[in-house]
Design a protein. Structure first.
Length: 440
């Protein structure tokens, strides 16, 4: 469009990016207002941007929207500040730390399942159920607290804040937050609520003399390599808020898509049940059990391929670069979209088909390394990727033996590609208790 350029990219990004890939190839250039935007769908070029030449890029201005909510946490910060924060936070997500959290995650899932069994009305919003579950898990595993009565208004507050972040990032003309528009007023109320909960968690912990080995405890005690300079209160607030958002939103979305796909492919759900029964009998999975459930892992890998919650990663070139035969001037926004790459017919056979078998070891061998990017790549790969995969596998392998999660109208579920890829207007469904044991 005159002056505005490829405005459809903002209205329907998944379709626009996919059609550009099919029409123009693995590097496609858009103009949105004054902004030059390049989409990359080639694994080698994605590796160049995110890994080999990551020093030549910074987070794009689109992350300014998230910064309104998260401050300067790991997701939104850059440079020396990001490197320092990453070093301080990394030990909290080491494998040996995660092993201590598995039982807590399982207990949260068990409470949800017991609640489902006690209900007389088994009609649910699948997405809302997953949002509540992952909030409970985040509260206990990351912050050592039961959010309790806060669960009811946390989800809507987070949704409002993420909606505003996305709206702000997409706006060519940004209305200052101090202007009392209805959108700004809703955002201010939601952010005040989130800040109050986060500050209460931090203050309660500071008043507690007992050391804790959860993630918050490690962040509060983290110091630099020279033993000096832990996080300030503001830095701690920003990282806690970032973990709040990322620690529940992405997994709630992924599990919602998982149950949609399993409803559409009951034979896959039955195979997961059979694997769980053979490995676990009737008990909940522990950390040491998770590697012994490979097919469940393949199912989750395929869910994240078809519906990657982090559906786009944007960088801005700080110096000129060259991607294949194309010059990338400094200031250009370069986007690597896991959605576009995961649905690429040149990288995946029959890419729209749900097929967990494509992640069997023999089929993974030889695939381009960066064709699959559910958690990004390079130094800025998601710090919580192993936490997320562990949480997702525990949820999947505990829910399926006890309930079949049925989606009322799968064709009516629409994609909502905002900060994360979530189902628009929820996912109405029904719970059906599993009575017959799966066959081996």
């Amino acid at each position: 469009m005159p002056l505005l350029g490829s405005i459809r990219l903002l209205r329907d990004p998944l379709r626009s990016l996919s059609e550009a890939r099919d029409r123009y190839g693995d590097v496609a250039c858009f103009r949105v207002g004054p902004i030059r935007f390049v989409s990359v769908a080639d694994p080698a070029l994605a590796q160049q941007v995110l890994v080999r030449n990551h020093h030549g890029y910074v987070k794009s201005p689109s992350y300014e929207g998230l910064a309104l909510v998260l401050g300067r946490g790991l997701v939104t910060s850059d440079g020396a500040h990001w490197r320092r924060q990453r070093k301080l936070a990394q030990p909290a997500f080491h494998r040996q730390r995660l092993a201590l959290l598995a039982d807590t995650m399982a207990q949260c899932v068990r409470e949800l399942l017991d609640d489902w069994e006690a209900r007389s009305d088994l009609r649910v919003d699948v997405h809302e159920e997953m949002m509540q579950l992952t909030l409970r898990i985040v509260g206990r595993t990351l912050f050592g607290t039961d959010l309790g009565s806060d669960l009811g208004d946390l989800g809507p507050a987070i949704t409002t804040c993420l909606h505003k972040a996305n709206q702000y990032a997409e706006s060519l003309i940004k209305v200052p937050l101090w202007v009392p528009t209805p959108s700004n007023l809703r955002f201010a109320r939601a952010k005040r609520r989130l800040d109050a909960i986060v500050h209460e968690i931090i203050e309660r912990r500071r008043a507690d003399d007992q050391p804790r080995d959860d993630v918050l405890g490690m962040l509060m005690s983290a110091v630099d390599e020279d033993g000096q300079g832990g996080m300030t209160d503001q830095q701690l607030r920003d990282e806690v808020m970032t973990l709040f958002m990322a620690g529940h939103e992405t997994i709630a979305n992924a599990m919602s898509w998982a149950f949609l796909l399993l409803h559409q492919h009951p034979e896959v759900a039955q195979r997961v049940r059979a694997e769980v029964r053979a490995v676990l009998g009737g008990r909940a999975p522990g950390f040491e059990d998770l590697p012994r459930l490979p097919y469940a892992g393949q199912v989750l890998d395929e869910v994240l391929r078809l519906y990657p919650p982090a559906w786009i990663v944007e960088r801005q070139a700080v110096v000129a670069d060259r991607l294949g035969p194309w010059d990338i001037p400094a200031g250009t926004i370069v986007a690597v979209s896991p959605w576009v790459m995961h649905h690429h017919p040149g990288l995946w056979e029959d890419p729209e088909r749900f097929s967990p078998e494509r992640f069997s070891p023999e089929r993974v061998e030889g695939r381009p390394k960066h064709a699959y990017l559910p958690f990004g790549a390079g130094p800025r790969v998601c710090i919580g990727n192993n936490f997320a995969l562990m949480e997702a596998k525990i949820i999947l392998t505990m829910v399926l033996p006890r309930f079949s999660v049925e989606v009322s109208d799968p064709d009516a579920v629409q994609l909502d590609p905002r900060v994360t890829l979530r189902p628009r207007d929820g996912m109405p469904g029904r719970l059906r208790p599993v009575t017959d044991p799966p066959s081996a």
